[in-house]
Each structure stands twice: as structure tokens, then as C-alpha cells.
Design a protein around this ligand. Structure first.
Ligand SMILES: C[S@@+](CC[C@H](N)C(=O)[O-])C[C@H]1O[C@@H](n2cnc3c(N)ncnc32)[C@H](O)[C@@H]1O
Length: 366
């Protein structure tokens, strides 16, 4: 897929209306969204969608006549929501547990199970706090992705709940807020680790990649960097694992990251020592901005599915954003077929190190 194709928003017809979809955005092919959209019953006037993706459930809430705020963390999904629904719903970049309390009558959420238990628990607490007394929470999820556990937890938090729909492994439950919501526990975590002879401290929000410890692939990439780095771009930066160790070595650091909790974590870790941008691949960079070094540990999961389209876009963006002679370091699980993609784009690729992961280096010669 070319970079242009990756960044293209495509209209998508659904229930007589139009949404926008694009590569890298969640919420289109996941049956949990469709089932939730079909099971919702209007309650009150103000609704929240706490995991909208491209907006299938937001659209259902709008069609039921509710005023809707769609709270999304992914920049790729926000691009779709802004294109498809911004005129009708309030599209907000934000954290699901930081909604003003008692501000909604209905909350809908496809459980973000792939983001980890702590992220879902905080999202459920956020939903409970956002609801007015008597308000309704609709959740959808998959039985083998913790639905029963999260349903039980939501019932404990809110007071009352019933299963209203099941289709194959997918479930939808409706709950009612019968009691005040418990306080939110602190969301931030932190850990320290040694990288290239220095002890570094990392803070992180729930749901970020490799929370609680440096990813072994990222550690391997850092061990294999050498020479002058010049201006460095960190593509898919997470909480800043690859960038914080480069402070004082790189001439300048720009971090691009699709996920808002990761952006907030990287900002906390790097402060004024870097520029952190909420960006779907390289869309937040100005045209023509290039770098001497690009580092990445690319994603290969979207909504739990293994997809290489975002990683392919990372490779295309790296090529486009490197100056002549610039170096692209990529680390990945050993089983992922990046050599061929790098070979096709850069003409040559070297393997610098390999264990369970491999560090690949490609240089822009042309
Ligand atoms: C494997 S993690 C690596 C994170 C970090 N660099 C590290 O080494 O710990 C891949 C990162 O890419 C981010 N990502 C996924 N899709 C993206 C996109 N379209 N644009 C930018 N970043 C994206 C993910 O949110 C995730 O933080």
C-alpha cells in the first residue's frame, strides 16, 4: 500500500448514511460495533460513545435522536470521525476516564479489551462517573475477550445490569446506574530500567504498548544504534521508550504517535526535550520535513487483528521522511516479513542483530 493510499479516507455507506473509514482505524470490521449499534435503545438526551472508532455506534446514537459526544484516542479514528460525524456529534480527543461527572444519560462502549484489563477497568469507572443517576451503560464485547468479567465488574460498579443480545461469541449488556460511582484510582504507573549504561525512569498511562517494562525488541534496537544520529524521528513512539535514551545524543527528537494515552505518556517522559505529535503515521509533520535517522518498533495489531498495513505505511513514511544517506532502524518480532518490504522500498537491507527480535537497517541512497 502506498502512503497516499494509507492516508486516503473512503466513504462507507451504512444504514442509509455515510461514514468515513481508512487504513489503521478501528471499528468497521468488528461485529461488536454492529451488534451494539443494533441493540441500543434511546434513553435521556445526552449520550457518550467511549470507544467510537470510525463511528458506527455514534451514528446509531445520533439516529436515535440523542446529542452525542464521541471520545476517541486514536488519531486515525479521529480523522474518520471528524470527516464523517463532526457536524452532528461532538468529536473529542480524550481519555475515557476523564469525562465530566454526571454529564450523560446514556454511555455506549465496545469494550477496548485489546488495550488490557486496567484500561477497560478505568474506562468502566469513567463511564459510571460520567452517567447521571438512573442513566444507562451499554457495553459490547467478545466472550473469550473477558466480556463476562467486565460485565460483572460493571454491574458491581453501577448496581443493575442484564445481558440483552448475543450473537456467536459477541455479547451486549445494558446496565443502570443505581448508586454513586467509586472514586478513580491513580491512572499513572512508572518503572525504571537501565539502557546503554544509564538508569531511566518512564511514566505511562494504561493501554500503552509494553507498559511496565521496556520491550525486548526496543532494547535490542537501542543497543544497535551507532554514530551521529542528527535529527531523529521516532515513528509510533509509545511512551517514548526509543527516544528518552537518545536525549543528548540526537540533535533533535520528534515523536509521532497515534494513541493519545501514549502521547500523554511520552510528553511526560520527554518534556521540553522533544516534540511529541499526535499523528496517524506522518500526517502531523509539515510537508518536506526530513530526518537523518528514523527509529521504529512498528505496530502490527489493530483491534486485535494482525495487520501489516500500518507497518507498511511506516516503511513508506520512513523512506519519504529520510534525507539522502539517512538511516532507518526497524525492530520487529522475528516472524514478521519486513525484509522484503524494506528491500522493495530501499533496495537493500541489513540485519544488525537477531534473537527473538531482529533489528533491520535500511539506508536511503537515492
Ligand atoms: C510496538 S509499539 C512501539 C512503541 C514504542 N516505540 C516502544 O518501542 O515501546 C507501536 C506503536 O505504534 C503506535 N501506532 C499504531 N498505529 C499508528 C499510526 N497509525 N500512527 C502512529 N503510531 C501508531 C502504537 O500506538 C504503538 O505505540
Amino acid at each position: 500500500m502506498t502512503l497516499e493510499a494509507y492516508h486516503t479516507l473512503r466513504p462507507f455507506a451504512v444504514v442509509g448514511e455515510q461514514l468515513f473509514v481508512k487504513a489503521g482505524a478501528r471499528g468497521l470490521d468488528d461485529p461488536a460495533y454492529e451488534l451494539l449499534a443494533q441493540s441500543l435503545e434511546p434513553y435521556g438526551e445526552e449520550a457518550l460513545d467511549l470507544n467510537p472508532g470510525v463511528g458506527r455506534v455514534t451514528l446509531a446514537l445520533l439516529q436515535q435522536g440523542l446529542r452525542v459526544r464521541a471520545i476517541e484516542t486514536s488519531r486515525a479514528a479521529l480523522r474518520c470521525l471528524e470527516a464523517g460525524l463532526a457536524k452532528r456529534a461532538q468529536v473529542v480527543r480524550g481519555l475515557p476516564w476523564e469525562i465530566p461527572s454526571e454529564s450523560a444519560d446514556t454511555v455506549a462502549m465496545v469494550l477496548p479489551a485489546e488495550r488490557g484489563t486496567r484500561y477497560v477497568e478505568l474506562s468502566l469507572l469513567g463511564a459510571a462517573r460520567a452517567l447521571r443517576k438512573g442513566g444507562r451503560l451499554y457495553i459490547a464485547g467478545k466472550k473469550n475477550k473477558g466480556f463476562d468479567y467486565y460485565f460483572r465488574l460493571a454491574r458491581e460498579i453501577l448496581g443493575f445490569g442484564v445481558l440483552i443480545e448475543r450473537k456467536g461469541p459477541f455479547r451486549v449488556a445494558a446496565l443502570e446506574k443505581e448508586k454513586p460511582a467509586p472514586p478513580l484510582p491513580p491512572a499513572w504507573g512508572s518503572f525504571s530500567c537501565r539502557v546503554r549504561g544509564k538508569t531511566l525512569e518512564f511514566a505511562y498511562l494504561p493501554g500503552v504498548f509494553s507498559a511496565g517494562g521496556l520491550d525486548p525488541g526496543s532494547a535490542l534496537l537501542l543497543e544497535n544504534l551507532e554514530g551521529d544520529l542528527g535529527q531523529v524521528l521516532d515513528l509510533g513512539a509509545g511512551y517514548g521508550a526509543l527516544s528518552l535514551p537518545l536525549v543528548g545524543w540526537a540533535e533533535g527528537l520528534v515523536l509521532l504517535e497515534d494513541d493519545w494515552p501514549s502521547v500523554l505518556s511520552a510528553e511526560r517522559n520527554l518534556g521540553a526535550q522533544a516534540t511529541v505529535l499526535h499523528s496517524d503515521v506522518d500526517e502531523a509533520l509539515t510537508e518536506g520535513r526530513t530526518f537523518a535517522t528514523i527509529v521504529t518498533n512498528p505496530p502490527f495489531h489493530v483491534g486485535g487483528l494482525v495487520v501489516l498495513e500500518t507497518a507498511t505505511a511506516f516503511i513508506e513514511a520512513a523512506y519519504a521522511r529520510l534525507e539522502r544517506g539517512g538511516k532507518f532502524y526497524l525492530v520487529a518480532n522475528r516472524f514478521l516479513p519486513y525484509e522484503r518490504l524494506l528491500q522493495d522500498r530501499f533496495g537493500r537491507v541489513r540485519t544488525l542483530a537477531a534473537n527473538s527480535h531482529k533489528v533491520l537497517l535500511a539506508q536511503k541512497l537515492g
